[in-house]
Write a protein that binds this ligand. Structure first.
Ligand SMILES: [Fe+2]
Ligand SMILES: [Fe+2]
Length: 206
């Protein structure tokens, strides 16, 4: 049985991090592997800034795309064999599906906790009541330094100058949803739920 992350001491978590990095290096393309490392580094900076457990944040962030290079058929097959419930939108929203599959894999393979699994599960869409870990993984993925272009620059700027909730809202409204529409793909309901939730909370703060 895989030991649970919340039962591991500092050194065991360091070992696990090394093991995950090695596994990703062996299984992902170089580009995706480098994206995972860069996401981990960005997430670590955010963990320091927002006083979060660095090890938990780094473990979760580095593993967020563990299932990203599986084909749609492979993911649907994995879901069937591992009792993961998928609706029709899930099956069509490839962008989202790898989070759901990845969340299951990290629990079985590495003993990730429910909180860590959730951050991977929702890393592309967000959700209602996002935890700090959810927010860091969501934003580190989209703002890591290897991401180039004006959208990534804009997102990094909003994270820096306005805040993380504002940045998530901007990403969903001006990046994720418009891009999904452009590609004529389905918009996942969790993206809408996340943006409505954050919009209401930001309005209440004013
Ligand atoms: Fe992803
Ligand atoms: Fe990613």
């Amino acid at each position: 049985m895989q030991k649970q992350v919340n039962e591991m001491n500092y050194e065991e978590k360091e070992e696990l991090l090394k093991q995950i990095i090695q596994d990703l290096k062996e299984t992902l393309s170089e580009n995706r592997y480098l994206h995972c490392i860069s996401t981990m580094k960005k997430a670590r900076q955010m963990a320091q800034k927002y006083n979060q457990d660095e090890q938990i944040v780094m473990l979760t962030a580095v593993a967020h795309d563990i299932a990203k290079e599986m084909s749609n058929e492979e993911m649907i097959k994995y879901a069937g064999e591992n009792n993961i419930k998928l609706d029709e939108v899930d099956k069509m929203a490839t962008m989202v599906l790898h989070g759901k599959i990845g969340a299951d894999m990290v629990a079985k393979k590495y003993g990730f906790t429910k909180e860590m699994q959730d951050a991977i599960y929702y890393h592309s869409t967000g959700r209602v009541n996002m935890t700090m870990l959810d927010k860091i993984v969501f934003l580190a993925d989209k703002s890591e330094n290897r991401r180039q272009g004006k959208d990534a620059d804009k997102l990094r700027n909003i994270i820096e100058k306005e805040g993380i909730d504002e940045a998530i809202l901007w990403d969903i409204d001006y990046y994720t949803i418009p891009r999904t529409i452009e590609k004529k793909k389905v918009i996942h309901i969790e993206s809408i739920n996340a943006r409505n939730d954050i919009t209401m909370k930001l309005k209440m703060e004013v």
